[in-house]
Design a protein around this ligand. Sequence first.
Ligand code: HAM
Length: 421
Amino acid sequence: MARPLFQALPGTRDLLPPDTDRMRELVSRFAERAITAGFGLVVPPMFEDIGVFVRLGEASDVVSKELYDFEDKGGRHIALRPEQTASVCRIYAEARPTTPWKAWYAGPNFRYDKPQAGRYRQFDQVGAEVIGSHDPDVDVELIALAARFFRDIGLTRVRLLLNSLGDGADRPRYLDALRAHFESDVGALSEQSRLTLAKNPLRVLDSKRPQDLELVASAPVIVDYLSDDAGAAFERVQAGLTVLGVEFELAPRLVRGLDYYTRTTFEFAADGLESAQNAVGGGGRYDGLIADLGGPPDPGVGFALGVDRTLLACDAESAFSGPDTRIEVWIVATTGGFEATELADELRAHGIRTDRSFDGRSMKAQMKGADRSGASLALIVGADEAAAGMVSIRSLREQGAQQSLVPRSDLVTKVKEMLER
Ligand code: HAM
């Protein structure tokens, strides 16, 4: 076959059935959970003024290297969203809903990342945010929502990593200690980490470069620098998770890829995936982000789960096969009349997955279509059946099954009965 003129760009994928069916089902399971917990769906635009995203942290790769930005025809500097938390905060600052405001979302995000398995330039997330409450019980509710969702879809090898990044006064004290630690042996750090150190010492903890590992491992940990308030909140989060039986591991060096976090931060790591791309979700508090965006000084907390990676983790665990969307009934009509059109309409109205051939195919070609569709039943209408107001039903699952003749008026009942067998 000739190579097509265009192919999907690097880092993008065309999703087709059955992958799309699985993805739709995954999002719908998440939606059910979020709605059951009082969250309402928000749909932020896919692009915003670049300023909305710059607040995610100029020291983060997401902002400094990976933004898809451009000037639109009106001369505005625009960026495709790399995530949706900043947009949710911008919406909150604009719409000022009553608090606590609980919002969930689903949809694609864009990052000019190095494409590899589990890392794409367009990827989907589902997520949830709560704005307007300092209560650490909100953090517990959100973390439990995500943990229960993973369990619900059948993943058993997902670990919850938990940390607190402190806030207010604790952060500068910790950053000073961290800076002093790395500067004490700065020559041992990789060149990239030396550059990162100048911008945000916290992010050096995130380095996976072998050269940096020793200094990172001996770095001071933030929990030793937490204020009484932040420490008590972190204790409360841990106690709440324990009450709910949500298992977690303390990860004192967990820093996230975005700069807006304060206090609780967490990540879900799937052990079935390669370690560089094993984060199937993450989140935390961002008590200063809304004010940074020019809104009120209201706190927020939330998470996003990577849909693509979650499905890869499901593959690795042979979990979550997705819904059965196969055609149940195939209609074969050879009269040239409207039998196939009418029958398909009637069966579909009863929720029976039904399809048919077009283009006046021969009986043989239509039966082939029936086989290919995976249908359980074929309905056959030839000239004799049409004249007698009958339809023949043939099971395609049982070898050598007899064909039965059914009056049109009994057809739906009979089809349902046979499908249930
Ligand atoms: P994030 O850690 O950047 O956080 O992304 C969340 C999840 O999205 C990751 O754990 C991963 O599963 C998936 N993901 C990220 N980048 C890619 C990529 N290039 N390809 C495939 N999957 C990817 C956030 O986005 C924050 N907004 C989470 C949050 C919500 N924090 C507070 N509220």
